[in-house]
Design a binder for this molecule. Structure first.
Ligand code: KIV
Length: 278
């Protein structure tokens, strides 16, 4: 059954929250299984499905197109990821763009990257009646400012900043916060000191929930996956092997066989003659 924001908040410290990404109806229908609480239409769409090397080029139109497809493939709670510059410029624009995820794509909530800096915007969106999920730690939209894709909160200043960011988001009224690439002890500290659930990705086992990019957990990628990913399948390799076999069988005349063809009960000459008579 589809969870509500209240269900997610009430899972704090209890049954783990499970979130997976999806980018189209097909993937959504496969990963939308019992036990998966939330589907995130992440702006990782840019890297995973659109061939970009970062999330920066991803636009609202791209996100809405894919989020609407995910909605068609799933009846779960769907979180739409606000792409770069869809919420940073001003709060009114953030409210409008967040609303588009709900009105045009059928999402249930939105996610925004950032802490103290975006907390007033997150609060304005929540006040407009739109549930917001936060995202701190390694925030890919500002990766160049962070000095690359690296673990955050390893020194005192960075850890203090993360604690401040998490507190600001909690005050702003977000219903959960993603912690990406945060050392396990700091993630535990944040989890123990926040009233809202934390959902970790590369943040150790003590968060209130976990999220992974579905393509990574399925091994359905050509990219090198980060250390925090566990590949539960090797679908990329299986796909390559399958294509290889298809190529071989077509070349050898082994595919298609009768089994893969549509038969005609009479020969073509008789068929054409029948048509002529009518
Ligand atoms: O875009 C995304 O997929 C994300 C997750 C990695 C949390 O933000």
């Amino acid at each position: 059954m589809k969870v509500t924001v209240k269900d997610i908040v009430n899972r704090k410290g209890g049954e783990k929250i499970i979130m997976l990404t999806a980018y189209d109806a097909g993937l959504a229908s496969l990963v939308d299984q019992d036990g998966v609480d939330l589907l995130l239409v992440g702006d990782s769409l840019g890297n995973v499905a659109l061939g970009y090397d970062s999330t920066i080029p991803v636009t609202m139109e791209m996100m809405l197109h894919h989020a609407a497809a995910v909605r068609r493939g799933s009846s779960s709670f769907i979180v739409g990821d606000m792409p770069f510059l869809s919420y940073q410029v001003e709060a009114s624009e953030a409210i409008r763009n967040s609303g588009r995820f709900l009105k045009e794509a059928g999402c249930d909530a939105v996610k925004m990257e950032g802490g103290v800096d975006i907390a007033p915007t997150a609060e304005a969106v929540v006040r407009a009646g739109i549930p917001v999920m936060g995202h701190i730690g390694l925030t890919p939209q500002t990766v160049s400012q962070l000095g690359g894709y690296r673990v955050q909160g390893r020194d005192a200043e960075s850890a203090r900043n993360l604690i401040r960011d998490a507190g600001a988001l909690e005050e702003a009224g977000v219903f959960a916060v993603v912690l990406e690439c945060v050392p396990d002890r700091l993630a535990r500290y944040l989890t123990e000191n926040l009233s809202i659930p934390t959902i970790g990705i590369g943040a150790g086992p003590d968060c209130d929930g976990q999220v992974l990019v579905s393509n990574d957990l399925l091994g359905l990628t050509n990219r090198k996956v980060p250390k925090f990913v566990k590949e539960y399948a090797a679908l990329g390799k299986q796909a390559k092997d399958a294509v290889d076999r298809f190529v071989g069988e077509v070349r050898e005349g082994q595919f298609p066989t009768e089994e893969n063809s549509f038969s005609l009960p009479v020969d073509v000459e008789s068929l054409l003659a029948e048509n002529n008579e009518t």
